[in-house]
Design a protein around this ligand. Structure first.
Ligand SMILES: C[S@@+](CC[C@H](N)C(=O)[O-])C[C@H]1O[C@@H](n2cnc3c(N)ncnc32)[C@H](O)[C@@H]1O
Length: 369
C-alpha cells in the first residue's frame, strides 16, 4: 500500500523499509567530512497499529468485536513505537502520533507515558492555530483503565493480580493536580460527526532536548573517552550482522564504469547526471529497469542494507526496449515521462528539478511541475 502511494509521487527522495518500527535500527549516514554518523529525523509520523474503533462507520464488525482489552493489549507496542520515534528524532524535530481509535489507552495514555518517561523532553505542541476550520474535541485529561470484564480502576493498586499483566502502572492518568502539566488537552480527537469522516486521534510532539537515556549515554561516552585514552580508544570490532533473505531483490547502484550508461547518457544528453544515482534491482543478467534516486537516499541504502530491509526507492526512469530500429536500448519509463514535457523541458532540466527536491522535503519544484 505504502509503495503504491509513494510511487504516485514520482519522487527520488523516498525510501520504504519493512521493519518492526519499535526496534528500528539507527540509520548510518555519511557526514560532510566523510565520516559516519547517525541519521536523526526532523519529522516523524507514527501512524501506529490500533484497535481501529474510530472506523466504526465503515467497519461495523468493530462494534461486535470491541472489548476493553483490545486497547490495553495495543498500548505496549504503540508506546514502544512512539518511544523509538522519539529516539530517532532530532532535537527540535516534530513527531506526530496518530491512531484511528477513540480509546484513551491507545491515545492520551501513550502520550502521557511518553512525556513522563522522557522527563518532558517530548512536549505536546499547541497546533490549534494551524488548523483553521477543523472541528475536533480536545484531548482527555483523565481516563479509567478497564479490564476485559469491564471493571474500571482508579489506581494500579486496585487492579487484581490476574489483570496486572494487561493493565500496567503507567497506563493511569496523571493526578488532577498534575494533569495541567502535560497539556494533554493539546491532543486532537476528530469524531465522525464533526466532519462526517472516520474517527482519528492526532498528537503533535516536539523534542526539546536529548531524551534522559540519550543524555546519560553521551555523558558516559565522554567519561570513558577521557579515561586515559584521550578519547582515541577504539571499540573492539563488532561482528557484522548478516540479514539473510534481504538480497533476493537487491538495490544495485551504478558505478562510473556501468556498461549501459554511455548509450543512455549520449542518447538523452545527460552529461551532468551522476550515474551513481541510478540503480537496478538485479545483480546479474540484462538490466531491465533503471531507477533514479538522490544522493542522500543512495547513501542511506548503501550504508544500511545489511541491517535494514529496504523495500522500495527511486523513480523508474529507463526501461529496456531492445528493438533493432532504436538507437538506444532504453526508453524513458512512464513514471518519468509523466513529469517530462518532451520538447519543452529537456531531460537535464527534469533531472535538476528532481535532484533539488532534497530529503528534507523541499517539494516546491515538484509542485511547480
Ligand atoms: C494505521 S496503519 C498505518 C497506515 C499507513 N499510514 C498508510 O497510510 O498506509 C498501521 C500499520 O502499522 C503496521 N504495523 C503493525 N505493527 C508494526 C510494527 N511493529 N512496526 C511497523 N509497522 C507495524 C500495520 O501492518 C499497519 O499497516
Amino acid at each position: 500500500m505504502l509503495v503504491h502511494q509513494a510511487k504516485r509521487l514520482s519522487s527520488p527522495c523516498f525510501v520504504i523499509t519493512n521493519h518492526d518500527s519499535s526496534v528500528l535500527p539507527n540509520f548510518t549516514v555519511t557526514d560532510k567530512d566523510g565520516g559516519k554518523g547517525i541519521l536523526k529525523f526532523d519529522r516523524i509520523l507514527c501512524d501506529v497499529p490500533c484497535s481501529g474503533d474510530g472506523t466504526i462507520r465503515k467497519n461495523p464488525d468493530v462494534w461486535v468485536k470491541w472489548n476493553a482489552a483490545n486497547g490495553n493489549n495495543l498500548h505496549g507496542i504503540q508506546y514502544r513505537i512512539a518511544r523509538r520515534g522519539a529516539e530517532m528524532l532530532a532535537v527540535g524535530g516534530r513527531m506526530v502520533y496518530s491512531t484511528c481509535s477513540f480509546n484513551p489507552l491507545e491515545d492520551e495514555a501513550v502520550i502521557h507515558r511518553l512525556i513522563v518517561e522522557t522527563e518532558g523532553a517530548m512536549e505536546l505542541v499547541d497546533v490549534s492555530d494551524s488548523l483553521p476550520g477543523l472541528k475536533y474535541s480536545k484531548g482527555k485529561l483523565s481516563w479509567v483503565p478497564t479490564s476485559r470484564d469491564m471493571v474500571g480502576y482508579s489506581s494500579f493498586s486496585e487492579v487484581p493480580e490476574k489483570w496486572q499483566t494487561q493493565i500496567r502502572p503507567l497506563m493511569f492518568p496523571p493526578s488532577p493536580d498534575k494533569a495541567g502539566d502535560f497539556h494533554l488537552d493539546r491532543c486532537i480527537r476528530i469524531l465522525p460527526h464533526h466532519q462526517d469522516t472516520g474517527g482519528f486521534f492526532v498528537a503533535v510532539l516536539q523534542k526539546t532536548k536529548l531524551l534522559p537515556w540519550e543524555a546519560s549515554a553521551k555523558i558516559e561516552k565522554k567519561i570513558s573517552g577521557d579515561n586515559g585514552s584521550g578519547g582515541k580508544q577504539k571499540e573492539p570490532p563488532r561482528k557484522k550482522r548478516r540479514m539473510h533473505g534481504f538480497r533476493e531483490d537487491p538495490f544495485v547502484f551504478f558505478e562510473d564504469d556501468e556498461p549501459v550508461w554511455p548509450e543512455i547518457k549520449e542518447f538523452y544528453g545527460l552529461d551532468d547526471l551522476d550515474p551513481k544515482l541510478l540503480l537496478t534491482r538485479c545483480k546479474e543478467g540484462k538490466k531491465k529497469n533503471i531507477y533514479l534516486t538522490n544522493s542522500a537516499v543512495r547513501d542511506i541504502v548503501i550504508n544500511n542494507e545489511e541491517k535494514i530491509k529496504f523495500i522500495n526507492t527511486g523513480v523508474k526512469s529507463f526501461v529496456r526496449c531492445d528493438n533493432r530500429s532504436m538507437k538506444c536500448s532504453f526508453r524513458i519509463a512512464q513514471e518519468m515521462a509523466k513529469l517530462v514535457k518532451i520538447g519543452e523541458t529537456s531531460m537535464l532540466d527534469f533531472y535538476d528539478v528532481l535532484i533539488q527536491v532534497n530529503i528534507r522535503g523541499d517539494s516546491q519544484y515538484i509542485t511547480q511541475l
